[in-house]
Design a protein around this ligand. Structure first.
Ligand SMILES: Cc1ncc(COP(=O)(O)O)c(C=O)c1O
Length: 331
C-alpha cells in the first residue's frame, strides 16, 4: 500500500462503520464492449455486486450512515426517495440486517402513477425487506407522514451527506489498490458515473485525490441539470473534505447533462440503446434511471471521439437493475 493510501485508510477508520457489503467489488475488463465502442479500453467497476439485496452504490454509503446511527443508539431510520428509489431498497435491506425499524417516504416525483410502477421493482422489494412504505405527493404529505412516524433518525435522500460520501472515499481507496494489482488496468484516464444526489461522485473525487490517482471523473446528471448538480457536488465535496480534515480537490471532475433527456426517471432512446449494448456485449444489466443514462454518456463520448481510442475508461456501475422491471415497454 502506498503512504497516501495508508493515511487515507487510517482517516476513514476514525468513523463508525458497519460491514454490509462484499468488498472489493470486481473491476472487470469489458472486451466486447470495448470493441463495440471502437476505442477506449473499457473496464467496469461492479458496484452492482455489493452483495446487499441486488446491490448498488448505496451499500457503501449505508455502512457509514447506519454505522453512525447505531453508534448514536437510534433504533428507527427514516429516509426519502422517488417511488422506485434504489437507495430506499438498499436502506430497507441494511436495516433488516441491523435490526432497525425502517420507514421509507417515497415521493411520486416521476410522471408515472400506474400500478406496475407503484407495486413492482424496488417497491415490491422494500415491503419484502420489512420496511414501512409511505407513498406521498409533495412536501405537505411528507410532513404529515413524518408526524405519523414519530421520532426517527433521518438518513438523507440518496444517502448523500458527508458521512454517506465517506463510503465512496473508501471506494476510491479500494479502486486505487485494484488499479495496480496484478490483472488490473494499471492506470485509468476517465471514470464515468451516474450522479443524482452527488455523494457517489463527491466521495470518488475526494478519495481519488487523496489516494494519488489522477483521473477525470465524468459525473453524468440523471436527476437535475448540470448547474444544480455541480453546485450540490461542490458543496458536498467541501463538507466531506471538512469531515475528513483534508483539502478540497482543485478539480478532477466534469458534470455533464447531455444524456439527461426530458427528466428524472424518464426514458431516452440513448439510455435504452446503452442498456441493450451492455446486456448483449458483456451480460451486464444496467438500470433505466441511473446507470443506463451514464452508459449512454460513455457510448456518446466514445462515438464523438471525446473519450479517445488510446484511453482507459472505467464505467462505474452503480446498480439499480430492479428498476428494469417497471419499464417493460422500453425493453
Ligand atoms: C443505481 C443508482 N446509480 C446512481 C445513483 C446516483 O448516486 P448519487 O445519488 O450518489 O449521485 C443512484 C442513487 O441516486 C442509484 O440508485
Amino acid at each position: 500500500m502506498t503512504d497516501a493510501l495508508t493515511t487515507l485508510t487510517a482517516r476513514l477508520a476514525e468513523h463508525p462503520r458497519l460491514p454490509l457489503g462484499h468488498w472489493p467489488t470486481p473491476l472487470e475488463p469489458a472486451p466486447r464492449l470495448t470493441a463495440a465502442l471502437g476505442g477506449p479500453d473499457v473496464w467496469i467497476k461492479r458496484d452492482d455486486c455489493t452483495g446487499l439485496a441486488f446491490g448498488g452504490n448505496k451499500t457503501r454509503k449505508l455502512e457509514f450512515l447506519l454505522g453512525r446511527a447505531k453508534a448514536e443508539g437510534h433504533d428507527t431510520i427514516v429516509t426519502f426517495g422517488a417511488v422506485q428509489s434504489n437507495h430506499a431498497r438498499q436502506t430497507a435491506a441494511a436495516c433488516a440486517r441491523l435490526g432497525l425499524r425502517c420507514e421509507l417516504v417515497l415521493n411520486r416525483s416521476v410522471p408515472r402513477s400506474d400500478a406496475l410502477y407503484e407495486t413492482n421493482g424496488n417497491v415490491l422489494l422494500d415491503g419484502l425487506l420489512g420496511a414501512n412504505v409511505h407513498l406521498v405527493d409533495g412536501l405537505d404529505e411528507t410532513v404529515a407522514v413524518l408526524e405519523e412516524i414519530g421520532p426517527a433518525h433521518v438518513v438523507p435522500t440518496g444517502g448523500s451527506d458527508a458521512t454517506g460520501a465517506l463510503g465512496y472515499v473508501a471506494a476510491a481507496a479500494e479502486f486505487a489498490a485494484q488499479l495496480t494489482a496484478p490483472g488490473g488496468p494499471g492506470h485509468v484516464d476517465r471514470i464515468v458515473v451516474a450522479s443524482s444526489t452527488t455523494g457517489t461522485a463527491a466521495g470518488l473525487v475526494l478519495g481519488l485525490a487523496e489516494a494519488g490517482v489522477t483521473a477525470e471523473v465524468e459525473a453524468i446528471c440523471v436527476y437535475e441539470p448540470a448547474d444544480v448538480t455541480r453546485a450540490a457536488l461542490d458543496a458536498l465535496l467541501a463538507d466531506t473534505a471538512a469531515l475528513l480534515d483534508v483539502p478540497v480537490p482543485a478539480g478532477g471532475y466534469r458534470v455533464r447533462d447531455d444524456w439527461f433527456g426530458p427528466g428524472y426517471g424518464v426514458e431516452t432512446p440513448e439510455m435504452a440503446g446503452a442498456v441493450r449494448l451492455f446486456a448483449r456485449t458483456e451480460g451486464v444489466l444496467l438500470d433505466p434511471v441511473y446507470s443506463g443514462k451514464a452508459a449512454a454518456a460513455l457510448a456518446g463520448l466514445a462515438h464523438a471521439g471525446e473519450v479517445g481510442a488510446g484511453e482507459t475508461a472505467v464505467f462505474w456501475h452503480t446498480g439499480g437493475a430492479p428498476g428494469l422491471f417497471v419499464y417493460p415497454d422500453v425493453f
